[in-house]
Design a protein around this ligand. Structure first.
Ligand SMILES: Cc1ncc(COP(=O)(O)O)c(C=O)c1O
Length: 400
């Protein structure tokens, strides 16, 4: 979010001009920095998935897909939800394929929110939530997850709910904190949704990146399936973020509303990629187990490296992000530090305050991504080791 006013842009979107990711990536490119800011892998996903997409292209699967998804993919998503979570969805009436989770988030907000409706969500938040709530003319009510545990106060969550609240958004595993909401926390959220008749919107794009135990969808708690819109995508799980295959699983009345919006936003997404992802989702447990095992090793590699340079990591339970507290290095302004890092240290990261309305709650935190090859992680750590302490004075100067 930037504060500069952009001409032509609607009043609803003023302040959402340039994302922090674009700003930090531009800085990384200008200074040739190792980019540990951007949240996508610097390697490709499995060969068999690539070959499936190529086969679909060569096999003539190149025209518009059915708006709510090719039958094979809707079925594969239904089987995935049953296999991993024992959640049953009708592939035809309750599953909608869209253009990544990003479109599902936007279509959900635009389809369900009227002007004046309220949405309860946690901060730090994924940046598209606030922008799409604003596009819908609705109002966000934000509850803070407080570091180091990123815990929330159940009373604060209850107090954020008013008679105008329509949706509650939950992202677990959570970007940027790496938090996985505990069973007790999910229970608190579920009880409030039921008591206040709220619709839960769950962003589960990191569902296969839980390092201990298994992901638990909020929809799997008693009384929640019927009031939850489950959002996920294949970008993170199969390391093809550019293919943008996402979906919503939701009871038919919600699904009908989402589809009414989706048909006018993108109508459908890439047909050959849908065929490839139908095969990918059905792949064996060894893929999913290996995926999380490799990411656990990357997490440990980056966390150890950060700790070795004095950036104590808040070790994440899920996702491919880790946050560090910058105060032990004498910093209290994440934005200033991250603006100086590419030039003075040769590494880029993301300032957490970008994900908060209450900037003070996040300005001592910086987010690092470990969805990178070992060579890139090692290069980033080496630069931190060589340059961070040496250039502390310059970094402090970058503040002004
Ligand atoms: C929490 C969260 N939700 C949604 C998305 C977007 O997912 P997709 O690439 O499927 O649009 C991301 C991507 O970084 C994310 O971190």
């Amino acid at each position: 979010m930037s504060s500069a006013r952009l001409p032509h842009l609607t009043a609803k979107l003023q302040g959402f001009g340039t994302t922090i990711f674009a700003e930090m990536t531009a800085l990384a490119q200008r200074h040739g920095a190792v980019n540990l800011g951007q949240g996508f892998p610097d390697f490709d996903g499995p060969e068999f998935v690539k070959r499936a997409a190529i086969a679909a292209i060569e096999g003539g699967k190149n025209q518009y897909a059915r708006s709510h998804g090719i039958p094979e993919l809707n079925l594969a998503i239904a089987e995935h939800q049953k296999r991993f979570y024992d959640l049953a969805y009708d592939p035809e009436a309750e599953i909608t394929v869209m253009h990544g989770a990003t479109e599902v988030i936007a279509s959900t907000m635009l389809a369900l929110l009227d002007v004046g409706d309220e949405v309860v969500l946690f901060e730090p938040f994924y940046d598209s939530y606030l922008a799409t709530i604003a596009l819908a003319g609705a109002t966000p009510k934000v509850v803070t997850l407080r570091a180091p545990g990123f815990d929330f106060d159940p009373a604060a969550l209850a107090a954020a709910i008013t008679p105008r609240t329509k949706l509650l958004v939950l992202n677990s595993p959570h970007n940027p904190s790496g938090k996985v909401f505990s069973p007790a926390e999910l229970e608190v959220v579920a009880q409030l949704c039921i008591a206040h008749d709220l619709i839960a919107v769950t962003d589960e794009v990191y569902e296969h990146l839980v390092f201990d135990g298994r992901h638990v969808p909020l929809a799997s708690l008693p009384g929640m399936r019927e009031r939850t819109i489950v959002i996920s995508s294949t970008g993170k799980t199969f390391s093809f973020t550019g293919w943008k295959i996402g979906w919503a699983c939701a009871p038919a009345p919600f699904t009908r509303a989402l589809r009414a919006c989706h048909q006018f936003v993108t109508f459908c997404n890439g047909t050959p990629f849908q065929y490839a992802m139908a095969q990918a989702l059905a792949t064996g447990d060894e893929f999913y187990d290996g995926f999380v095992r490799e990411y656990r090793a990357r997490r440990d590699r980056l966390c150890d490296g950060l700790a070795s340079v004095g950036l104590e990591p808040l070790v994440p339970a899920g996702t491919y992000f880790v946050c560090t507290d910058i105060r032990p290095l004498g910093f209290d302004d994440d934005m200033a530090l991250c603006r100086g890092l590419p030039e003075h240290v040769g590494v880029a990261a993301i300032p957490n305050s970008a994900f908060y309305l209450d900037k003070a709650a996040g300005r001592h935190l910086v987010r690092w991504a470990f969805c990178k090859t070992d060579a890139v992680l090692d290069a980033g750590i080496a630069r931190l080791r060589d340059n961070l302490r040496k250039n502390l004075a310059r970094l402090h100067g970058a503040r002004t």
